[in-house]
Design a protein around this ligand. Sequence first.
Ligand SMILES: NC(=O)c1ccc[n+]([C@@H]2O[C@H](COP(=O)([O-])OP(=O)(O)OC[C@H]3O[C@@H](n4cnc5c(N)ncnc54)[C@H](O)[C@@H]3O)[C@@H](O)[C@H]2O)c1
Length: 344
Amino acid sequence: MKVLVTGSSGLIGSEAVLHFDRAGHRVFGLDNNMRREFFGPAGDTRWNQERLVGACEHFTHVELDIRDRPRLLELFQQERFDLVIHCAAQPSHDKAKEIPFVDFDVNAVGTLNLLESCRLASPEAVFIFMSTNKVYGDAPNEVPLQELPTRWDYARPEDHQGIREDCRIDRTMHSLFGASKTAADVVAQEYGRYFGMNVGVFRGGCLTGEHHSGVQLHGFLSYLVKVARSNETYSIFGYKGKQVRDQIHSHDVISAFAAFASAPRPGEVYNLGGGRANSASVLECIDQIERLLGRKMQHTYVEQARKGDHICYISDLTKFRAHFPKWSLEWSLDRILETMVAGR
Ligand SMILES: NC(=O)c1ccc[n+]([C@@H]2O[C@H](COP(=O)([O-])OP(=O)(O)OC[C@H]3O[C@@H](n4cnc5c(N)ncnc54)[C@H](O)[C@@H]3O)[C@@H](O)[C@H]2O)c1
């Protein structure tokens, strides 16, 4: 196969490049290091691009901006991809308010540019779009919660598995990031439903791994471990630090993409996170990191929660597991944290 990965120097993109390169496919990775523009030097992803060039056998880096419509179409017409994995994005909930035009141009219009280029040049291709749980805005906060000693959790047994794909996506507060990703998510579904293309939409929980260029504004676990290792002070924003996220390692994200690519369902939407087994609150993550480091980590508490932040978000994986029963999570939260704390 010929595979195009956008955002190939980022966390998820780089894992996709390695996976499909190792499987013997020809892989093109498109990235313009825009993460550095968003987040400064700590967000620079060139190191990861260089790592891929060194580690891969069939990889070509393409320095291109997904906003560049004519050059994108040229690339698609020239290469006729069989599989497109779209991970390039302005990924931060909080950053978007400072750069609303750039955020929308990259996340919404950039996704449309890719979908339309794909439709014109290779309509049979499988197209995977990395969406986000922020498409639900803060609607998940309406699920009744109970406060436990170290975390918030769902109060009703029927919510135990987490948030399903039928959670509503409008009439909630998204942040501008959530809104631009929702636009992209709905447009991507349309290329599956209206045009019948093999499009899959994956709404990520907390995606993580040791190859994230974590910064305060994006990459929660990577940033938390970075701060702990360098003995700096981590700021917890609101909800008593008991807010819950479900962590999925980039490896398990890509194995889900590979499963979908081998049996695509046009226009389908899936929640994809670590699920209940890999869920933890900020306080629980800190506790585990302190145990692994063998010392306390410094943190401060800011009363004001981030606007539109989820209090307890766990991805219900039932639908994906039903459609792809052979897929399973290989990375537990313990394994993820051990690897990250060890700096591997
Ligand atoms: N990391 C998470 O917790 C998380 C959660 C839910 C959804 N997602 C989504 O998953 C996808 C991948 O996330 P990630 O954590 O790997 O992000 P990342 O920032 O690590 O990687 C994205 C890459 O895209 C590149 N990029 C940005 N704008 C570009 C442009 N205009 N043209 C070309 N390249 C561009 C960046 O330079 C970066 O290398 C994103 O769509 C993100 O919204 C991430």
